[in-house]
Design a protein around this ligand. Structure first.
Ligand SMILES: NC(=O)c1ccc[n+]([C@@H]2O[C@H](COP(=O)([O-])OP(=O)(O)OC[C@H]3O[C@@H](n4cnc5c(N)ncnc54)[C@H](OP(=O)(O)O)[C@@H]3O)[C@@H](O)[C@H]2O)c1
Length: 168
C-alpha cells in the first residue's frame, strides 16, 4: 500500500452538540468523539502500516483539524472535538517516530482541509466569509497537491490545505 487516507470524523452527533462550556461536558459525548476521531484513525493506521512497503515511499494521512492544535488554541470551546483531534495529532506524531525506525521512506501526516462546505461544517458556517469556504472538490485537490509534495521532514506533523505546517 502506498497511500492510505482516513477521511472520517465528527464534530457533533445526534445526541450531543459541540460544548461551549465545561458544564456541557459528558462522558458519552467525549467517548463518541474520541472513538470516531482518534481511535478509529489510530486502528486504521495500525493496519495500514503492516501493508506499507519497506523500500518505497508511502503515505498515511488522516484528516485532522487546525482546532486540534494546542498552541493555536485562542478561542477554547468545542472541548471534545478539539481534544480528540489533539489526541489524533499525537497519534500521528508517534506514528511518524515509529516509521523512522521501521519504514524510513514512509510518511505519516495529519491534514487540515480548510473550512469546507460539508455536512460537518454546515451548522457552523454563518460567520465564515464566503471566500474562506471551499467546496469538497477544491479542498481535495489542494490536499492531493500537499500529499504529492510531502517529504520525510513533514512526517509526524499536521499540514494544512495550503501547505502550512500547523503547530502542535
Ligand atoms: N468540513 C470542514 O470544514 C472541516 C474542517 C476541519 C477538519 N475537518 C475534518 O475533515 C474530516 C471529514 O469531514 P467532512 O467535513 O468531510 O465531514 P462529513 O461530510 O460529515 O464526512 C464525515 C465522514 O465520516 C464518516 N463517519 C462519521 N462517523 C463514522 C463512523 N462512526 N464510522 C464510519 N464512518 C464515519 C461519515 O460517514 P457517513 O456519511 O456514513 O455518516 C462521513 O463519510 C473530519 O475528520 C473533520 O474533522 C473538516
Amino acid at each position: 500500500m502506498h497511500l492510505s487516507i482516513v477521511a472520517t470524523g465528527v464534530l457533533q452527533t445526534d445526541r450531543h452538540k459541540p460544548e461551549k462550556s465545561f458544564a456541557a461536558l459528558s462522558q458519552e459525548a467525549m467517548l463518541d468523539l474520541f472513538r470516531i476521531n482518534t481511535i478509529g484513525p489510530a486502528l486504521i493506521a495500525k493496519h495500514s502500516v503492516a501493508l506499507m512497503p519497506r523500500d518505497e515511499r508511502s503515505v498515511f494521512a488522516a484528516l485532522s483539524a487546525r482546532v486540534g492544535s494546542i498552541t493555536d488554541n485562542r478561542l477554547g470551546g468545542w472541548h471534545s472535538y478539539r481534544a480528540s483531534k489533539a489526541a489524533l495529532n499525537m497519534i500521528i506524531a508517534n506514528l511518524g517516530i515509529e516509521l523512522q525506525r521501521t519504514r524510513p521512506q514512509a510518511i505519516a501526516v495529519g491534514l487540515h482541509p480548510g473550512t469546507v462546505d460539508t455536512t460537518l461544517s454546515r451548522p457552523f458556517q454563518k460567520n465564515v466569509p464566503l471566500a474562506k469556504l471551499q467546496s469538497p472538490a477544491q479542498s481535495a485537490a489542494h490536499l492531493v497537491a500537499v500529499m504529492d509534495g510531502l517529504t520525510r521532514a513533514d512526517s509526524g506533523h499536521v499540514i494544512a490545505w495550503d501547505g502550512e505546517r500547523i503547530p502542535g
